[in-house]
Design a protein around this ligand. Structure first.
Ligand code: NAD
Ligand code: ZN
Length: 357
Protein backbone atom coordinates (compact mmCIF):
# COMPACT_ATOMS: atom_id res chain seq x y z
CA UNK A 1 0.00 0.00 0.00
CA UNK A 2 1.33 3.44 -0.87
CA UNK A 3 0.85 6.26 1.57
CA UNK A 4 -1.70 8.92 0.54
CA UNK A 5 0.13 11.88 2.06
CA UNK A 6 -1.81 14.74 3.63
CA UNK A 7 0.12 17.99 3.40
CA UNK A 8 0.03 21.51 4.78
CA UNK A 9 -2.84 23.52 3.25
CA UNK A 10 -1.05 26.74 2.34
CA UNK A 11 2.54 27.93 2.74
CA UNK A 12 4.20 31.28 2.39
CA UNK A 13 8.01 31.61 2.32
CA UNK A 14 10.31 34.60 2.31
CA UNK A 15 12.13 37.07 4.49
CA UNK A 16 9.68 39.58 5.92
CA UNK A 17 6.66 37.32 5.21
CA UNK A 18 5.58 37.72 8.86
CA UNK A 19 4.13 41.11 7.94
CA UNK A 20 1.56 39.28 5.77
CA UNK A 21 0.21 37.24 8.69
CA UNK A 22 -2.55 39.76 9.47
CA UNK A 23 -3.98 39.53 5.94
CA UNK A 24 -3.72 35.74 5.92
CA UNK A 25 -5.54 35.43 9.23
CA UNK A 26 -8.24 37.87 8.10
CA UNK A 27 -9.30 35.28 5.52
CA UNK A 28 -9.65 32.66 8.22
CA UNK A 29 -11.51 34.56 10.92
CA UNK A 30 -15.03 33.45 11.78
CA UNK A 31 -16.97 36.57 12.70
CA UNK A 32 -15.71 38.00 15.96
CA UNK A 33 -14.34 34.69 17.30
CA UNK A 34 -10.76 35.39 18.42
CA UNK A 35 -7.46 33.97 17.18
CA UNK A 36 -5.19 32.54 19.85
CA UNK A 37 -1.45 33.02 19.43
CA UNK A 38 0.59 30.42 21.29
CA UNK A 39 3.98 32.11 21.43
CA UNK A 40 7.23 30.61 22.75
CA UNK A 41 8.15 32.22 26.08
CA UNK A 42 11.54 33.29 24.69
CA UNK A 43 9.68 36.14 22.95
CA UNK A 44 8.37 37.58 26.18
CA UNK A 45 11.73 39.33 26.35
CA UNK A 46 11.36 40.70 22.79
CA UNK A 47 8.57 43.33 22.95
CA UNK A 48 9.45 44.66 19.49
CA UNK A 49 8.53 41.25 18.05
CA UNK A 50 5.42 40.83 20.20
CA UNK A 51 4.21 44.21 18.92
CA UNK A 52 4.27 42.81 15.37
CA UNK A 53 1.86 39.95 16.20
CA UNK A 54 -1.40 40.91 14.47
CA UNK A 55 -3.70 40.96 17.49
CA UNK A 56 -7.27 42.05 16.61
CA UNK A 57 -10.44 42.36 18.72
CA UNK A 58 -10.61 39.64 21.40
CA UNK A 59 -7.47 37.84 20.14
CA UNK A 60 -5.22 36.49 22.85
CA UNK A 61 -1.48 35.93 23.10
CA UNK A 62 -0.57 33.04 25.41
CA UNK A 63 3.13 32.60 26.10
CA UNK A 64 4.05 28.94 26.40
CA UNK A 65 6.88 27.66 28.55
CA UNK A 66 8.99 25.31 26.42
CA UNK A 67 11.69 24.62 29.01
CA UNK A 68 10.40 21.05 28.85
CA UNK A 69 8.99 19.36 25.76
CA UNK A 70 5.17 19.41 25.58
CA UNK A 71 3.10 16.98 27.61
CA UNK A 72 -0.43 15.73 27.05
CA UNK A 73 -1.37 17.49 30.31
CA UNK A 74 -0.09 20.83 28.93
CA UNK A 75 -2.28 20.40 25.85
CA UNK A 76 -5.38 19.52 27.87
CA UNK A 77 -4.97 22.46 30.24
CA UNK A 78 -4.39 24.93 27.41
CA UNK A 79 -7.52 23.61 25.71
CA UNK A 80 -9.53 23.98 28.94
CA UNK A 81 -8.19 27.49 29.53
CA UNK A 82 -8.99 28.65 25.99
CA UNK A 83 -12.52 27.20 26.20
CA UNK A 84 -13.16 28.79 29.60
CA UNK A 85 -11.72 32.21 28.82
CA UNK A 86 -12.59 32.68 25.15
CA UNK A 87 -15.33 30.22 24.18
CA UNK A 88 -15.41 29.58 20.43
CA UNK A 89 -12.21 30.62 18.65
CA UNK A 90 -11.36 31.25 15.00
CA UNK A 91 -8.13 29.34 15.26
CA UNK A 92 -4.69 28.85 16.75
CA UNK A 93 -1.38 30.26 15.60
CA UNK A 94 1.80 28.66 16.97
CA UNK A 95 4.88 30.91 16.97
CA UNK A 96 8.06 29.16 18.12
CA UNK A 97 10.18 26.03 17.69
CA UNK A 98 9.08 22.42 17.31
CA UNK A 99 7.60 22.32 20.82
CA UNK A 100 5.31 25.26 20.10
CA UNK A 101 4.40 23.89 16.66
CA UNK A 102 3.34 20.62 18.28
CA UNK A 103 1.43 22.37 21.07
CA UNK A 104 -0.49 24.47 18.55
CA UNK A 105 -1.35 21.48 16.39
CA UNK A 106 -2.44 19.39 19.37
CA UNK A 107 -4.51 22.11 21.07
CA UNK A 108 -6.26 22.91 17.78
CA UNK A 109 -7.23 19.24 17.49
CA UNK A 110 -8.30 18.95 21.12
CA UNK A 111 -10.67 21.92 20.80
CA UNK A 112 -12.94 19.70 18.69
CA UNK A 113 -12.07 16.11 19.66
CA UNK A 114 -13.45 14.81 22.98
CA UNK A 115 -11.39 13.54 25.91
CA UNK A 116 -7.70 13.92 26.67
CA UNK A 117 -4.88 14.30 24.14
CA UNK A 118 -3.32 11.15 25.59
CA UNK A 119 -6.22 9.18 24.05
CA UNK A 120 -4.95 10.18 20.60
CA UNK A 121 -1.24 9.30 20.95
CA UNK A 122 -0.80 6.86 18.11
CA UNK A 123 -1.77 6.57 14.46
CA UNK A 124 -5.00 7.84 12.94
CA UNK A 125 -6.94 8.01 16.20
CA UNK A 126 -8.05 11.64 15.73
CA UNK A 127 -11.63 11.54 14.46
CA UNK A 128 -12.57 15.06 13.39
CA UNK A 129 -10.68 18.11 12.07
CA UNK A 130 -9.51 20.63 14.64
CA UNK A 131 -10.01 24.39 14.49
CA UNK A 132 -7.98 26.39 11.93
CA UNK A 133 -4.27 26.17 12.77
CA UNK A 134 -1.25 28.05 11.51
CA UNK A 135 2.44 27.50 12.25
CA UNK A 136 5.13 30.18 12.30
CA UNK A 137 8.51 28.57 13.07
CA UNK A 138 11.19 30.54 14.89
CA UNK A 139 13.71 27.67 14.92
CA UNK A 140 14.43 25.36 12.00
CA UNK A 141 15.23 21.68 11.89
CA UNK A 142 12.48 19.53 13.38
CA UNK A 143 10.23 19.61 10.32
CA UNK A 144 7.30 19.91 12.76
CA UNK A 145 6.02 22.75 10.56
CA UNK A 146 5.33 20.28 7.76
CA UNK A 147 4.68 16.95 9.48
CA UNK A 148 1.45 15.06 10.20
CA UNK A 149 2.32 14.53 13.84
CA UNK A 150 2.33 16.48 17.11
CA UNK A 151 4.79 14.80 19.45
CA UNK A 152 3.70 14.72 23.11
CA UNK A 153 4.98 13.16 26.30
CA UNK A 154 2.09 11.30 27.90
CA UNK A 155 1.79 9.40 31.18
CA UNK A 156 3.00 6.17 29.62
CA UNK A 157 4.76 7.13 26.38
CA UNK A 158 6.29 9.82 24.20
CA UNK A 159 4.33 9.53 21.00
CA UNK A 160 2.74 11.84 18.48
CA UNK A 161 -0.82 12.52 17.46
CA UNK A 162 -0.30 11.18 13.93
CA UNK A 163 -3.25 11.84 11.66
CA UNK A 164 -4.46 13.46 8.47
CA UNK A 165 -6.01 16.18 10.62
CA UNK A 166 -2.69 17.08 12.24
CA UNK A 167 -0.87 19.10 9.52
CA UNK A 168 -1.22 22.87 9.67
CA UNK A 169 -3.78 24.61 7.46
CA UNK A 170 -1.27 27.41 6.98
CA UNK A 171 2.48 27.72 7.51
CA UNK A 172 4.40 30.97 7.36
CA UNK A 173 8.15 30.59 6.82
CA UNK A 174 10.01 33.83 7.45
CA UNK A 175 13.78 33.17 7.72
CA UNK A 176 14.24 36.47 9.60
CA UNK A 177 12.42 34.89 12.57
CA UNK A 178 15.12 32.29 13.19
CA UNK A 179 17.92 34.85 13.14
CA UNK A 180 17.86 35.53 16.89
CA UNK A 181 17.94 31.93 18.09
CA UNK A 182 20.82 31.03 20.43
CA UNK A 183 23.72 29.36 18.60
CA UNK A 184 23.69 26.14 20.62
CA UNK A 185 19.92 25.69 20.20
CA UNK A 186 20.12 26.44 16.49
CA UNK A 187 22.82 23.80 16.18
CA UNK A 188 20.91 21.03 17.97
CA UNK A 189 17.65 21.76 16.16
CA UNK A 190 19.57 21.95 12.86
CA UNK A 191 21.19 18.60 13.61
CA UNK A 192 17.72 17.11 13.99
CA UNK A 193 17.20 17.96 10.32
CA UNK A 194 20.61 16.65 9.27
CA UNK A 195 19.93 13.40 11.14
CA UNK A 196 16.45 13.03 9.58
CA UNK A 197 18.16 13.00 6.21
CA UNK A 198 20.94 10.61 7.14
CA UNK A 199 18.46 8.19 8.68
CA UNK A 200 15.90 8.35 5.91
CA UNK A 201 18.48 8.02 3.11
CA UNK A 202 20.01 4.93 4.74
CA UNK A 203 16.64 3.42 5.63
CA UNK A 204 14.68 0.64 4.00
CA UNK A 205 11.61 2.87 3.62
CA UNK A 206 13.45 5.04 1.08
CA UNK A 207 11.81 5.86 -2.25
CA UNK A 208 12.32 8.47 -4.98
CA UNK A 209 9.95 11.03 -3.46
CA UNK A 210 11.65 10.93 -0.06
CA UNK A 211 15.13 10.73 -1.59
CA UNK A 212 14.60 13.84 -3.71
CA UNK A 213 13.73 15.84 -0.61
CA UNK A 214 16.36 14.27 1.69
CA UNK A 215 19.23 14.73 -0.74
CA UNK A 216 18.50 18.41 -1.25
CA UNK A 217 17.96 18.94 2.45
CA UNK A 218 21.25 17.19 3.22
CA UNK A 219 23.08 19.45 0.74
CA UNK A 220 21.57 22.51 2.42
CA UNK A 221 22.60 21.22 5.87
CA UNK A 222 26.15 20.71 4.63
CA UNK A 223 26.21 24.23 3.20
CA UNK A 224 24.93 25.69 6.44
CA UNK A 225 26.87 23.61 8.98
CA UNK A 226 30.10 22.76 7.13
CA UNK A 227 30.80 25.32 4.41
CA UNK A 228 29.46 28.58 5.86
CA UNK A 229 31.80 30.85 7.80
CA UNK A 230 29.13 33.05 9.42
CA UNK A 231 25.36 33.17 9.82
CA UNK A 232 23.51 35.53 7.52
CA UNK A 233 20.12 35.89 5.89
CA UNK A 234 21.09 33.39 3.21
CA UNK A 235 22.03 30.66 5.69
CA UNK A 236 18.77 31.29 7.58
CA UNK A 237 16.85 30.78 4.33
CA UNK A 238 18.77 27.60 3.56
CA UNK A 239 18.26 26.15 7.02
CA UNK A 240 14.55 26.91 6.89
CA UNK A 241 14.20 25.13 3.53
CA UNK A 242 16.37 22.24 4.76
CA UNK A 243 13.97 21.74 7.66
CA UNK A 244 10.94 21.78 5.36
CA UNK A 245 12.45 19.34 2.87
CA UNK A 246 13.82 17.06 5.58
CA UNK A 247 10.33 16.97 7.09
CA UNK A 248 8.85 16.15 3.68
CA UNK A 249 11.35 13.33 3.29
CA UNK A 250 10.49 11.61 6.55
CA UNK A 251 6.78 12.21 5.97
CA UNK A 252 7.16 9.75 3.09
CA UNK A 253 9.82 7.51 4.64
CA UNK A 254 11.01 6.96 8.22
CA UNK A 255 13.71 7.99 10.68
CA UNK A 256 16.10 5.48 12.27
CA UNK A 257 18.51 4.54 15.03
CA UNK A 258 19.38 8.00 16.37
CA UNK A 259 15.71 8.84 16.84
CA UNK A 260 14.94 5.43 18.37
CA UNK A 261 17.67 5.98 20.97
CA UNK A 262 16.82 9.65 21.47
CA UNK A 263 13.24 8.77 22.42
CA UNK A 264 14.61 6.65 25.31
CA UNK A 265 16.82 9.52 26.50
CA UNK A 266 13.93 11.95 26.20
CA UNK A 267 11.48 9.78 28.10
CA UNK A 268 13.76 8.83 30.99
CA UNK A 269 16.11 11.82 31.30
CA UNK A 270 14.05 14.59 29.72
CA UNK A 271 16.81 15.14 27.13
CA UNK A 272 15.52 17.46 24.41
CA UNK A 273 14.88 15.93 21.00
CA UNK A 274 17.70 17.53 18.98
CA UNK A 275 20.27 17.13 21.72
CA UNK A 276 19.25 13.50 22.28
CA UNK A 277 19.66 12.73 18.57
CA UNK A 278 23.09 14.34 18.63
CA UNK A 279 24.14 12.33 21.69
CA UNK A 280 22.92 9.15 19.98
CA UNK A 281 24.80 9.95 16.76
CA UNK A 282 28.11 9.75 18.63
CA UNK A 283 27.72 5.95 18.99
CA UNK A 284 26.18 5.12 15.61
CA UNK A 285 29.17 4.96 13.26
CA UNK A 286 28.49 1.28 12.48
CA UNK A 287 25.04 2.21 11.12
CA UNK A 288 25.78 5.58 9.49
CA UNK A 289 29.57 5.73 8.85
CA UNK A 290 29.53 8.70 6.47
CA UNK A 291 26.74 10.50 8.30
CA UNK A 292 28.54 10.25 11.63
CA UNK A 293 31.85 11.36 10.09
CA UNK A 294 30.28 14.59 8.75
CA UNK A 295 28.31 15.01 11.96
CA UNK A 296 31.58 15.06 13.94
CA UNK A 297 32.96 17.71 11.60
CA UNK A 298 29.82 19.82 12.09
CA UNK A 299 30.11 19.51 15.87
CA UNK A 300 33.73 20.59 15.72
CA UNK A 301 33.01 23.52 13.45
CA UNK A 302 30.18 24.72 15.69
CA UNK A 303 32.36 24.32 18.79
CA UNK A 304 29.44 22.66 20.61
CA UNK A 305 30.06 20.15 23.38
CA UNK A 306 27.92 17.03 23.12
CA UNK A 307 27.10 15.78 26.63
CA UNK A 308 28.92 12.56 27.50
CA UNK A 309 28.35 9.82 30.03
CA UNK A 310 24.63 10.58 30.13
CA UNK A 311 23.64 7.02 31.06
CA UNK A 312 26.56 6.42 33.41
CA UNK A 313 25.55 5.61 36.96
CA UNK A 314 21.84 5.36 36.15
CA UNK A 315 19.90 2.91 38.35
CA UNK A 316 19.30 -0.34 36.38
CA UNK A 317 15.50 0.21 36.28
CA UNK A 318 16.00 3.54 34.51
CA UNK A 319 18.36 2.05 31.98
CA UNK A 320 15.88 -0.80 31.42
CA UNK A 321 13.11 1.73 30.81
CA UNK A 322 15.29 3.57 28.29
CA UNK A 323 15.95 0.30 26.46
CA UNK A 324 12.24 -0.54 26.52
CA UNK A 325 11.20 2.87 25.13
CA UNK A 326 13.80 2.65 22.39
CA UNK A 327 12.87 -0.89 21.36
CA UNK A 328 9.22 0.20 21.38
CA UNK A 329 10.01 2.29 18.29
CA UNK A 330 9.54 -0.76 16.07
CA UNK A 331 9.02 1.02 12.71
CA UNK A 332 12.27 2.95 13.25
CA UNK A 333 14.37 -0.14 13.97
CA UNK A 334 12.67 -1.93 11.11
CA UNK A 335 13.73 0.93 8.87
CA UNK A 336 17.34 0.47 9.97
CA UNK A 337 17.62 -3.30 10.07
CA UNK A 338 14.70 -4.82 8.19
CA UNK A 339 12.37 -7.67 9.15
CA UNK A 340 15.02 -9.33 11.27
CA UNK A 341 15.56 -6.29 13.49
CA UNK A 342 14.47 -7.91 16.77
CA UNK A 343 17.09 -10.62 16.48
CA UNK A 344 19.81 -8.08 15.68
CA UNK A 345 18.88 -5.25 18.03
CA UNK A 346 18.58 -7.11 21.32
CA UNK A 347 17.99 -5.33 24.65
CA UNK A 348 21.63 -6.05 25.56
CA UNK A 349 22.84 -4.33 22.41
CA UNK A 350 20.68 -1.26 22.97
CA UNK A 351 21.89 -1.11 26.57
CA UNK A 352 25.50 -1.28 25.38
CA UNK A 353 24.85 1.65 23.02
CA UNK A 354 23.39 3.73 25.87
CA UNK A 355 26.36 2.85 28.05
CA UNK A 356 28.73 4.28 25.44
CA UNK A 357 26.93 7.65 25.26
P1 NAD B 1 11.94 23.89 21.07
O1 NAD B 1 10.73 24.33 20.37
O2 NAD B 1 11.79 22.87 22.15
O3 NAD B 1 12.70 25.17 21.64
C1 NAD B 1 13.97 25.04 22.25
C2 NAD B 1 14.35 26.33 22.96
O4 NAD B 1 14.56 27.38 22.02
C3 NAD B 1 13.26 26.83 23.90
O5 NAD B 1 13.88 27.20 25.10
C4 NAD B 1 12.68 28.05 23.21
O6 NAD B 1 12.28 29.00 24.15
C5 NAD B 1 13.85 28.56 22.39
N1 NAD B 1 13.53 29.31 21.15
C6 NAD B 1 12.73 28.94 20.13
N2 NAD B 1 12.80 29.85 19.13
C7 NAD B 1 13.66 30.82 19.53
C8 NAD B 1 14.16 32.03 18.95
N3 NAD B 1 13.85 32.40 17.70
N4 NAD B 1 14.99 32.79 19.70
C9 NAD B 1 15.37 32.40 20.93
N5 NAD B 1 14.97 31.26 21.52
C10 NAD B 1 14.12 30.49 20.83
O7 NAD B 1 13.05 23.33 20.06
P2 NAD B 1 12.97 22.51 18.70
O8 NAD B 1 14.24 21.78 18.62
O9 NAD B 1 12.54 23.36 17.56
O10 NAD B 1 11.77 21.48 18.95
C11 NAD B 1 11.89 20.30 19.68
C12 NAD B 1 10.52 19.70 19.81
O11 NAD B 1 10.03 19.35 18.53
C13 NAD B 1 10.46 18.44 20.65
O12 NAD B 1 9.37 18.52 21.53
C14 NAD B 1 10.26 17.34 19.65
O13 NAD B 1 9.55 16.21 20.16
C15 NAD B 1 9.47 18.05 18.58
N6 NAD B 1 9.57 17.45 17.25
C16 NAD B 1 8.43 17.36 16.54
C17 NAD B 1 8.44 16.82 15.28
C18 NAD B 1 7.17 16.72 14.51
O14 NAD B 1 7.18 16.27 13.38
N7 NAD B 1 6.06 17.14 15.04
C19 NAD B 1 9.64 16.41 14.69
C20 NAD B 1 10.81 16.53 15.44
C21 NAD B 1 10.76 17.07 16.72
ZN1 ZN C 1 13.70 14.57 14.74
Amino acid sequence: MHKNLKQVGQMIFGRGAFSQLDAILADNRQGTAPMVFLVDHAFQARPEFVARIPVRGRDRIIFVDTSNEPKTGDVDSLRDRIRAELGKVSGLVGVGGGSTMDLAKAVALMLTNPGSSQDYQGWDLVQVPGVFKAGVPTLSGTGAEVSRTAVLIGPTKKLGLNSDYTPFDQVLLDPDLIAGAPERQRFFTGMDCYIHNVESLQGRAMNSFARAHAEKSLDLCREVFLLRDHWDGESDEKLMMASWMGGMSIAYSQVGAAHALSYGLGYVLGTHHGEGNAIAMTVLEEFYPEGVRDFRRMVEKAGVEIPQGVAAGLPPQKLDKMVEVSLGMAPLWHNVLGDDWKRVMTPARVRALYERM
